[in-house]
Design a protein around this ligand. Structure first.
Ligand code: KG4
Ligand code: ZN
Length: 360
């Protein structure tokens, strides 16, 4: 196994570079946020993101090297997110990584962004395979059984919006700033989660699939009713709507997690069950608590990486690169950037995944 890996991540709106060792030390993890660049547009603008990545990737990599006090010559492997994501950003990262690999004659490995999230608990908590992973972010929501660095079985996931996307849209509906997740969570703290009876979709289905777009529509209706009655939202309305929304998401995730844990136990009856979470939404305290309770019911160990490693970062890409390289995976200078890249290629495509097939 190579000892030092440089990881590069640029698939959404964070430009990130990190140096990680084979014995699980993060020597540096640098993240340049683009929040300010996108804040007037109500979401990430792909073209602006791609330009910003291209402009600062080299600075970001240099900063990661400086902070880790490692020379480029000492790096044994370069790992880069090769998808899924906004193609301009992914391309910027892949070209940067290829440039360094070609100039220095270093091995290169293209990593699936979701594999980065899914393998993070092995970096932070050294957990053993197999484990159940719930990935909940702004673009993704799925249950995976992870049995190896490149071996994922998808049990189910969202059929429409990702929960992070729903949090972001909720924030916009309520007039809160973006990114919405932390804002809705903060507003919810003083709110009454029982004031609005929002739907819990797909609970009648015995599988692990989820849907969050109807929840957002119900929330809009509740908001519109209040606005029609009183001309606007008070702080208390904002708080109650946020809390009711958050409670619905947490409950759906917890109930589906119990089902996924049952499927995990059926598939691996002799393994001690482990539930690991990753992705930006796993930063939410109410959701973390609900998931921990679901794990406890199944006597499963619950692993939630620190918040800084739950959201997008390059340390997870470096670690996934190290593990996958050790497992025999290789890339070369023909490595392509992929907007879509399902982790489990055998799983049925999801509804809403478009003509080109499943995004992830
Ligand atoms: O994993 P991530 O950094 O990026 C990808 O989507 O890959 O996740 C970002 C998402 C955003 O939608 C953000 O609103 C959401 O995670 N998020 C949260 C919280 N912090 C971030 N959602 C709910 N509660 C939070 N505290
Ligand atoms: Zn992510």
């Amino acid at each position: 196994m190579p000892q030092l890996c440089l990881g590069i991540e640029s698939s959404c709106d964070e430009t990130a570079a990190a140096i990680v060792t084979a014995d699980r030390r993060i020597l540096s993890s640098v993240i340049f946020e683009q929040t300010l660049l996108h804040q007037n547009y109500g979401g990430v603008v792909p073209e602006i993101a791609a330009r910003a990545h291209a402009e600062c990737l080299d600075i970001c990599v240099r900063e990661a090297l400086t902070q880790s006090k490692v020379a480029l010559n000492d790096i044994a492997l370069i790992a880069v997110t090769a998808g899924p994501g906004l193609i301009g950003g992914v391309l910027s990262g892949v070209m940067c990584a290829k440039g360094i690999a070609a100039a220095r004659g270093m091995p290169l490995i293209g990593v699936n962004h979701l594999a980065g999230h899914a393998l993070t608990p092995r970096l932070t908590d050294d957990i053993a395979y197999p484990y159940l992973m719930l990935l909940v972010s702004g673009g993704h929501c799925q249950f995976l059984i992870v049995t190896g660095p490149s071996s994922f079985t998808r049990l189910g996931g969202t059929v429409d919006d990702a929960p992070g996307e729903a949090f972001d849209k909720t924030a916009r509906l309520l007039g809160l700033p973006t990114p919405g997740g932390p804002q809705v969570e903060a507003a919810a703290r003083s709110g009454d989660p029982a004031r609005f009876a929002l739907p819990r979709p797909l609970l009648d289905r015995a599988d692990c699939d989820m849907s969050f777009s109807g929840l957002k529509t119900a929330l809009r209706r509740a908001r519109d009713l209040i606005v029609a009655e009183q001309g606007g939202l008070t702080k208390a309305d904002q708080a109650d709507l946020s809390a009711s929304f958050q409670a619905a998401v947490a409950e759906v995730l917890a109930i589906k997690t119990r089902r996924a844990l049952q499927l995990f136990r059926d598939a691996h009856p002799t393994a001690r069950p482990i539930l690991a979470v990753a992705g930006g939404v796993a930063a939410n305290q109410t959701i973390r608590t609900a998931l921990a309770a679901a794990a406890a019911e199944h006597a499963a160990t619950y692993v939630a990486p620190p918040l800084s490693l739950c959201t997008d970062n390059a340390a997870m890409i470096a670690w996934a690169g190290l593990e996958q390289y050790a497992g025999g995976a290789r890339s070369d200078l023909t490595l392509a950037a992929r907007p879509r890249w399902p982790l489990d290629t055998r799983a049925a495509p999801q509804l809403g995944s478009g003509r080109k097939g499943a995004k992830a």
